[in-house]
Write a protein that binds this ligand. Structure first.
Ligand code: AMP
Ligand code: MG
Length: 425
């Protein structure tokens, strides 16, 4: 049995990230939400493109005010006859002792370096009286102040959200190169399972394959594509043929069930017979102790059409228990998808925060123990409320949760009010 951090490292070491030259697609900006950029994007322009005003007011030369001050005079400037709304190209040079009406986003005339807000001035005929002396450069965005032409705007590996997509649009990128989405096959194993779509009535002993739905959701949330391979009975031959098809199709294969030490648990045995390298068989984690991590290459699949011939295909055999299956995903598979799909390293690991628990937390201390709960805020302070009557076999008890408290090995008790490490999910 390996520790959680050992298994995390083994998994990440097995993942070879997508090649930006091969595993990419070029998509219009409208289709890149949550996708990972596969190339550095450089700014083609200076941002802002020219010096411009951030306020409605008057553009002026700061030196003119200094000169007036030296002469002990009021700040009184002549107002130029023209005015500068946003979008007007201005070639005019501001004369000495003059200011010009300007509006938010308007381009500063040559010579002007400062803007006085409308509210800080009085206009009298063709003259402007300044009520206060502005600071030099006030209310002006300088050309290239945000970014200079040629500098990198967004680096490869960045996940694209609203901010990044907006910035790409302002830099006139109509389409960008992003990594393709990993294909993740899901096989639900167990002779007791019935597909949700199956219309037959449930016989004694049968249960619905809920893992397909929970795991597909997690896979899609992680930016990968879930490919269902259906329910497979605990039958060696049937299982082997579906496993082979899934391995040939996907970048990552997840099967649920059949990885314990029971008589009907065939996954490890079949992987071994296919020549897979088995790296992990159990983890010191609760829930989720039985976990198989294996890797295969093309050579393991003679006579099969293969997706990525040279590269390793990762196989995760997770427990059938729905809560454990999700735990294995959050703790180990999510990071593998993030590394594979070209995301930068910050996305490879779960995020943890330290918060106070509202209730006592207990663990046997032998395995790293994960306890479901809800992270919320009371008067701005985060708190963790664990689920009452929690059972690792009971997905229903986890409804509405959004975080999981982590108790390290040998940590058996955290009293209410104390700090605990919490994993965000
Ligand atoms: P196993 O890991 O195969 O020993 O299964 C452990 C428990 O999880 C059993 O009670 C199964 O009935 C249940 N289980 C297995 N597969 C699924 C599934 N796909 N959806 C919901 N429950 C499952
Ligand atoms: Mg089973």
């Amino acid at each position: 049995m390996q520790t959680v951090s050992e298994v995390e490292k083994i998994v990440l070491d097995l993942v070879k990230p997508f090649d930006p030259e091969i595993d990419n697609e070029i998509l219009p900006l409208s289709q890149v939400l949550n996708r990972i950029l596969a190339e550095d994007i450089k700014s083609v322009l200076d941002f802002p493109h020219w010096d411009n005003s951030t306020m409605d007011g008057y553009a002026l030369r700061y030196q003119d005010l200094e000169d007036l001050e030296d002469l002990n005079q009021n700040f009184k400037l002549a107002i130029a006859s023209d005015e500068i709304p946003a979008g007007k190209a201005i070639a005019q040079t501001l004369a000495k002792g003059e200011c010009i009406r300007i509006f938010t986003g308007g381009m500063l005339p040559i010579g002007a370096d400062t803007v006085v807000m409308q509210e800080d001035s009085d206009r009298l005929d063709n003259f402007l009286h300044l009520k206060v002396k502005p600071k030099q450069g006030e209310y002006v965005r300088r050309k290239g102040e945000f970014i200079k032409a040629g500098a990198i705007l967004i680096t490869a590996g960045t996940k694209l959200g609203a901010t990044e997509i907006g910035a790409l649009a302002s830099a006139r990128c109509q389409q960008v190169k992003v990594f393709r989405q990993p294909k993740v096959a899901i096989i639900s194993t167990g002779s007791e399972l019935i597909s949700l779509e199956d219309s037959q009535s449930l016989q004694t002993g049968q249960i619905i394959d809920s893992n397909l739905y929970a795991l597909s959701t997690l896979i899609n949330q992680s930016g990968a594509i879930a490919i269902p391979f259906g329910v497979v009975r605990d039958d060696r031959q049937e299982l082997e043929s579906v496993m082979r098809r899934a391995i040939a199709t996907a970048d990552i294969v997840i099967s649920t069930g059949g990885v314990s030490v029971g008589d009907y648990d065939y996954i490890d045995e079949l992987l071994a017979s296919m020549g897979a390298d088995i790296h992990v068989q159990s983890v010191a984690i609760k829930p989720g102790k039985p976990l198989t991590v294996a890797s295969l290459t093309h050579s393991h699949l003679v006579n099969q059409e293969v997706n990525r011939s040279e590269d390793k295909i990762l196989y995760f055999g997770v427990p059938g228990n729905p809560v454990s299956a999700m735990m294995s995903f959050w703790r180990f598979i999510r990071g593998a998808i993030a590394k594979l799909n070209g995301s930068n390293e910050t996305y490879w690991y779960p995020q943890f925060i330290r918060v106070n628990t509202t209730e006592d937390l207990h663990s046997q201390g032998r395995r790293e123990t994960y306890l479901w709960g809800r992270l919320s805020y009371i008067k701005g302070n985060p708190i963790f409320q664990p689920v009452k009557n929690y059972s690792s076999g009971n997905l229903i008890s986890a409804i509405g949760t959004n975080a999981i408290a982590v108790m390290r090995i040998n940590q058996t008790y955290v009293p209410a009010g104390d700090e605990v490490l919490v994993m965000l999910i």
